[in-house]
Design a protein around this ligand. Structure first.
Ligand SMILES: [Zn+2]
Length: 407
C-alpha cells in the first residue's frame, strides 16, 4: 500500500542569466509515499499515475518540514482569550509575577500547549523542542500537561522536552532533585538559565548542570541571556568544562547574547571553539533597538550548528503571537541584508536541520527516494520566494501523514 501525491513542485536547479542574476528552476512531479512514511518513487508529472487515492497537490511547492527549536509550550495564554502583559521594573519582578500565576495556569497546561502545537503544525512544523518549567512552585505539573498534549499529536510531529529551571537552579535547594525527577518523567534534555544573572554563582551552577547531565546521559540546552563580558565568560567556562569532561556534541546555548558585542575577530575565534566542541546555538532572532543580533553568519561560516525557534509567545513575557518559525528566517534575512536568490534559499536550512532542496551549487539534493516523506506544501514558486513572501496557506505532511489544519 502506498499513496501518490500528484503535481508536486520541486526545485531542480538554477539558471544564471547574462546579467549575473540567478533564478531557481522547478518542475512538477508525482511522489509515491510508502505506508511507512518514506518516499518510494519520484517521477515526472508528465507520466501517468493510475491510482484513485492519489492526492492532487495542484502545483504547490514542497519544502522540507520545518523545525521549531526553542519554544515554551507551557507558558502560552493561547486558548484563554486576550490579555496584555503587566509592566515590571526588572527580571526578578517578572519572575515573581510568573510565579504568582503558575499554580492557576498549570490547570490548563495541556489545553494551552495543544493550541500552540496546532498553530505550529498549521505553519508546517513537524518537530518541536520545548522548554518546560520545572520549579519549586508547581514542580512537574506543567511537564505532565505538555507531555499529554505532545502525545496526542504524535502522528504529526516529533519532539524534545527540556527540563527548564526558570526560577533558578541554586536558589531553591530542591531544584536539582526536581530536575532529576523531570528527567525520569519524560523530559529528554536538561535546561539551564543564566548562571550569573539568576544563580549568581557561575562555576557552581555550571558544575551542578554538568553533573546532572552526566548522571542521566542527556543533552544540555542552556538559556543564556546574560550579556557582555559575563555572558561570554559563562559560555567560555562551559566550553572548557565540555572539553575537560568529554561532553562534546551534546550541548547548546539558547540566545547566547554574550556573543553580540564581541569584536568580529573574537566572534570568529569563539565560533571555532564552539564548532570544535560541536556546541549548537538556538536563536529566536530577537530584534530591538537596544540589542544587536548575535553573529549567526560568522557562526555558520565556522561550522557551528544554528537553529531557530519562536520562543514563548502570547504569555506573561510578551503579548505577541507571531508563532511562525518561517517568519523568523524571513526576519533574519531582512535584518542581515540577504536579498539574493541563493542567500534567501540557503537560509531555509536554519529551520530544517540543514536540509535545502538545492545545495550551494544549485544542484538538487532533496527530496530523494528513501527520504522521510515529511514536507510543508506552500503557494510559492521556489524556496527563496517562500522565505521572502511568507505564504500563508501551508499544508504539513509528517512521515506520510497529512495534517488537516483547523486554522
Ligand atoms: Zn526560552
Amino acid at each position: 500500500m502506498s499513496t501518490w501525491l500528484r503535481n508536486v513542485r520541486l526545485e531542480i536547479g538554477e539558471t544564471t542569466y547574462e546579467d549575473g542574476s540567478i533564478q531557481t528552476i522547478t518542475d512538477l512531479f508525482h511522489i509515491q509515499v510508502a505506508n511507512e512514511g518514506v518516499i518510494q518513487t519520484i517521477i515526472p508529472a508528465t507520466e501517468n499515475v493510475s491510482n484513485a487515492d492519489a492526492i492532487d497537490m495542484k502545483g504547490k511547492l514542497a519544502l522540507p518540514a520545518l523545525k521549531e527549536m526553542h519554544n515554551h509550550l507551557d507558558k502560552t495564554y493561547l486558548s484563554l482569550g486576550w490579555r496584555a502583559c503587566r509592566p515590571v521594573k526588572d527580571l526578578s519582578e517578572r519572575l515573581a509575577l510568573e510565579a504568582a500565576e503558575l499554580e492557576q495556569l498549570a490547570e490548563t497546561a495541556e489545553q494551552r500547549a495543544s493550541a500552540m502545537i496546532e498553530l505550529h503544525l498549521s505553519n508546517g512544523v513537524n518537530h518541536i523542542r520545548t522548554h518546560v518549567n520545572i520549579d519549586p512552585f508547581i514542580k512537574l505539573r506543567n511537564l505532565e500537561g505538555v507531555k499529554k498534549a505532545l502525545k496526542a499529536y504524535e502522528q504529526y510531529l516529533t519532539y524534545e522536552i527540556v527540563a527548564f529551571p526558570q526560577h533558578g537552579l541554586l536558589a531553591h535547594e530542591e531544584m536539582p532533585d526536581l530536575l532529576r525527577q523531570a528527567l525520569e518523567s519524560g523530559a529528554t534534555i536538561l535546561g539551564g538559565l543564566d548562571p550569573a544573572g539568576i544563580d549568581k554563582d557561575i562555576e557552581r551552577s555550571l558544575q551542578v548542570t554538568m553533573d546532572i547531565a552526566k548522571e542521566y546521559d542527556v543533552d544540555v540546552d542552556m538559556h543564556l541571556h546574560d550579556r557582555g563580558q559575563v555572558g561570554f565568560y559563562t559560555m567560555d567556562k562551559w566550553l572548557d568544562m565540555v572539553k575537560e569532561q568529554d561532553y562534546k556534541g551534546a550541548t547548546a546555548f539558547s540566545h547566547a547574547f554574550g556573543l553580540s558585542k564581541l569584536s568580529p575577530h573574537m566572534q570568529k575565534k569563539f565560533a571555532e571553539k564552539l564548532s570544535v566542541l560541536n556546541v549548537g546555538i538556538m536563536s529566536t532572532i530577537p530584534i530591538s533597538i537596544n540589542s544587536e543580533l548575535i553573529p549567526i553568519d560568522i557562526l555558520r561560516e565556522e561550522g557551528v550548528k544554528v537553529a531557530l525557534g519562536c520562543d514563548g509567545f502570547f504569555d506573561s513575557w510578551s503579548p505577541y503571537v507571531p508563532g511562525d518559525v518561517l517568519e523568523k528566517v524571513h526576519n533574519f534575512c531582512d535584518y542581515t541584508g540577504k536579498s539574493s536568490e541563493r542567500s534567501l534559499r540557503e537560509s531555509l536550512s536554519l529551520i530544517t536541520q540543514g536540509i535545502t532542496p538545492l545545495n550551494g551549487e544549485g544542484e538538487p539534493v532533496w527530496p530523494k527516494t528513501g527520504d522521510e516523506a515529511s514536507f510543508v506544501f506552500v503557494d510559492a514558486s521556489c524556496s527563496a520566494e517562500a522565505v521572502a513572501r511568507l505564504p500563508k496557506k501551508r499544508r504539513l505532511m509528517h512521515k506520510g501523514k497529512l495534517y488537516n489544519s483547523r486554522h
